[in-house]
Ligand binder design. Structure first.
Ligand SMILES: Cc1cc2nc3c(=O)[nH]c(=O)nc-3n(C[C@H](O)[C@H](O)[C@H](O)COP(=O)(O)OP(=O)(O)OC[C@H]3O[C@@H](n4cnc5c(N)ncnc54)[C@H](O)[C@@H]3O)c2cc1C
Length: 217
């Protein structure tokens, strides 16, 4: 590798963003160290509903990002057809029977952008999703999106970390909050709470909701 190509990286955060970024870099030959404050998946990724969707009204750029994400998860599902941690059985949603009910507007919006959507009454739902107790479905009905899915993020993070370790990646967990170390105006690595410095050509912030504050610092 030449001097201006990144050969080492430190990633702060072992949620789905940090761990998937780490595997992608390791597959390309970068020596990566992940630093996490607690055990892997102890942030949003460990609590997520993990519904793979771009349902309802969203901005065009955010919709495109979410559809790109669903595309990658479909590729992963095709490679793991028997996985019980990743499924594309479709998504069903409905709203409360009050003034915030947006089922009609959401359905019209989804159809207008070509997002696969079906408007269902409670009776239709029992046909499409057999076994579901439909008594809670409100008179405005529900939307079924056949192309949507679900992923168990802690399981996926565990599988990605296994590949990461096999590629020689280093995972440092349960070390408290790490911080970026700056020298001469650029990031030269990251330091764990106990003072261990991990030098690298690049530092990736994957600390979930803490990213804006850490980047600002
Ligand atoms: C209840 C809930 C439901 C959700 N449902 C959905 C859904 O249905 N569909 C969907 O697409 N998204 C959903 N999300 C959002 C989705 O889960 C998150 O966008 C995603 O998990 C974020 O991943 P991340 O890796 O960026 O952050 P995180 O998973 O939060 O990972 C960041 C990691 O960094 C660690 N960390 C933070 N600061 C430091 C530091 N200084 N040093 C070391 N480590 C640090 C944290 O402990 C954490 O492990 C949901 C989120 C929640 C909370």
């Amino acid at each position: 590798m030449t001097d201006n190509i990144i050969s080492t990286a430190v990633i702060i955060g072992a949620g789905i963003f940090g761990v998937s970024t780490a595997v992608q870099l390791a597959r390309r030959g970068v020596n990566v160290t992940i630093l996490n404050d607690g055990p892997p998946a102890n942030g949003a990724s460990g609590r997520s509903l993990s519904w793979l969707n771009s349902a309802r009204m969203r901005s065009e750029p955010y919709h495109r990002l979410r559809v790109a994400g669903i595309d990658r998860y479909r590729t992963l599902a095709a490679k793991n057809p028997d996985a019980d941690w990743l499924r594309f059985d479709g998504g069903l949603t409905w709203d409360a029977d009050d003034e915030r009910n947006e089922i009609d507007a959401a359905y019209r919006h989804e159809v207008s952008i070509g997002y696969d959507a079906q408007r269902l009454s409670a009776q239709d739902v029992s046909r499409v999703v057999p076994g579901l107790d439909t008594s809670g479905i409100t008179p405005q009905g529900a939307i079924f999106n056949p192309g949507e899915g679900w992923v168990d993020l802690p399981t996926l993070i565990g599988l990605l970390l296994k590949e990461f370790s096999e590629l020689g990646g280093v995972v440092v967990t349960d070390q408290g909050a790490a911080k970026v170390v700056i020298e001469g105006g650029r990031a030269i690595g990251a330091q764990t709470a106990n003072g261990d410095l991990h030098r690298a050509d690049a530092v990736v912030l994957a600390t979930g909701p803490a990213v804006p504050k850490m980047a600002a610092e």
